[in-house]
Structures are given as structure tokens and as C-alpha cells.
Design a protein around this ligand. Structure first.
Ligand SMILES: CC(C)(COP(=O)(O)OP(=O)(O)OC[C@H]1O[C@@H](n2cnc3c(N)ncnc32)[C@H](O)[C@@H]1OP(=O)(O)O)[C@@H](O)C(=O)NCCC(=O)NCCS
Length: 223
């Protein structure tokens, strides 16, 4: 039996929930950065910059410094992407969680609690797409590092699936980024299927291969 309970969000969870969310997103900066660095065209570009500078200036020091600065720029770009996403979320739906999620039909927010401590969170909203009628979108799923691997995220996912089923929805949909490997494994394990992949909507997304993955869990029709 799990020793945590899943309950509705309440205002006293506010700070901890925002903190869990922020950390859970920003931790992917490192993975995304190493993914960017593994791309052949990035290697080719860095090498070309190094050789061009070496040829024109004759300075190994200058060439190395410029390449190092370019690598730092790639780190900052990835950090900016996740940082901006967090800042936007904290300033919109995560600003007044009770009002946004608990006072509107089709919206909900749950937390997992273990011995009085919030150890996970997840939200449900109506999808913002013309094809999203009669579907539920799973959002804001996060479990703090020290509580991972205990099945908390699976239980939170199941909570959203049950919620969708009770509302008579046909599917639960969600999106995540390519670098959120654990999340993708979890969704596949839960029976979601990947429906599509798209470059994130910002300049350089294609250059640094920053992709958004879309998943769907089809709810069987009840007879
Ligand atoms: C993704 C996340 C929510 C998983 O939380 P969790 O509580 O550790 O997940 P669970 O213990 O419920 O694991 C469920 C399944 O996911 C998979 N999984 C989760 N973490 C994994 C890992 N590190 N390696 C391999 N598989 C993993 C496993 O299949 C696991 O099932 P199993 O234990 O029966 O094999 C957590 O890593 C997290 O909060 N990450 C940061 C925020 C994030 O990326 N959220 C997703 C937003 S789209």
C-alpha cells in the first residue's frame, strides 16, 4: 500500500507547489544542453569557427575563447528556454492556483502528500486546441527528486485519467520536451502513445533541436 495520499490542492500548498514545479522544469537544462552539444551540425559549426579564427588571427587562445563563449551561449540558450517557461507559468496559471484550477469546470489540481509533506503535483485542464473537445490535458506533473521512483507520478497520472473517465472524456493528452526522458518513459509505461513531435515555438528551436513531444491516452468507451 502506498503511504502517500492524493488530495485536492489547497492554498497552504502554494509556495511548495511552485517550488516543486520550478525545480522540476529547470533541472532539464543540463540534459537539453548536452543534447545540443551532441548535434553534428553544432560540432561542425564550432569546428568551423575555431579553424576560421585560427587561420585569420593565428591565435589558439583567441580561437579557444570564442568557441568556449559559443558553448556558454548554447548553455544560456537552453537555460533561458526552461527559465522563460517557468516564469510564464508562474505568472499565469500558477499565480492563483485556486482560482485558475479549482473554481472552473474542467480544471483541477491535485497534490500527493506524504507525512504532511507535499511530494508531487498534477493538474488537469481542457486542451487548448480545436480537436481537443472532450479531452483532458494533463499538466504540471512533478515529483521532487528525493521522492522519485516510488510510483507517485503513476498515481498522479491515474488520478487525471480517472478524472477524465468520470467526465466522459475520450482521451488524456499532454506535451513534454525531448529532454524530459523520465517523463516520456513514465507516459509510455502508463499506456500513453506518442502522437506527434514538433519544434518548440521559439527562434533557434530547430538549431538546438528543442522538440516538444505530444502524447495521448485513449479512454476506452464504457458500454
Ligand atoms: C517524470 C517524473 C514525474 C516521474 O516521477 P516518479 O514519481 O519518479 O515516477 P514513478 O515512480 O511513478 O515511475 C513511474 C514509471 O516511470 C518510469 N520512470 C520514471 N522515472 C524513471 C527513471 N529515472 N528511469 C527509468 N524509468 C523511469 C518507470 O517506467 C516507472 O515505472 P516502474 O517503476 O514501474 O518501472 C519525475 O521524474 C519528475 O518530476 N521529473 C521532473 C518534472 C517533469 O519532467 N515532469 C513531467 C512534465 S511533462
Amino acid at each position: 500500500m502506498p503511504d502517500y495520499v492524493i488530495r485536492l490542492y489547497k492554498d497552504s500548498d502554494y509556495e511548495v507547489v511552485r517550488d516543486i514545479f520550478s525545480r522540476g522544469i529547470k533541472e532539464h537544462t543540463k540534459t537539453a544542453f548536452f543534447h545540443t552539444l551532441s548535434l553534428p551540425h553544432i560540432w561542425a559549426l564550432l569546428l568551423a569557427v575555431f579553424l576560421a579564427l585560427l587561420q585569420t588571427t593565428g591565435s589558439y587562445l583567441l580561437s579557444t575563447m570564442v568557441v568556449s563563449l559559443s558553448v556558454a551561449g548554447l548553455w544560456l540558450t537552453n537555460r533561458h528556454v526552461y527559465g522563460t517557461y517557468v516564469a510564464d507559468s508562474l505568472a499565469t496559471d500558477m499565480m492563483n492556483i485556486c482560482k485558475y484550477y479549482l473554481q472552473r469546470d474542467g480544471y483541477c489540481f491535485w497534490v500527493a502528500e506524504l507525512a504532511g509533506e507535499v511530494v508531487g503535483m498534477v493538474a488537469a485542464i481542457p486542451p487548448n486546441s480545436p480537436t481537443g473537445e472532450n479531452q483532458v490535458e494533463l499538466k504540471r506533473l512533478s515529483v521532487p527528486t528525493k521522492h522519485r521512483g516510488k510510483g507517485i507520478a503513476k498515481a498522479l497520472c491515474s488520478t487525471v485519467i480517472d478524472y477524465a473517465r468520470k467526465r466522459g472524456s475520450s482521451a488524456v493528452v499532454l506535451s513534454t520536451s525531448l529532454s524530459q526522458y523520465d517523463a516520456s518513459k513514465l507516459y509510455l509505461k502508463m499506456g500513453f502513445r506518442r502522437t506527434t513531435t514538433a519544434y518548440a515555438p521559439f527562434t533557434f528551436a530547430k538549431f538546438i533541436d528543442f522538440r516538444t513531444l505530444f502524447y495521448q491516452y485513449d479512454i476506452p468507451v464504457q458500454r
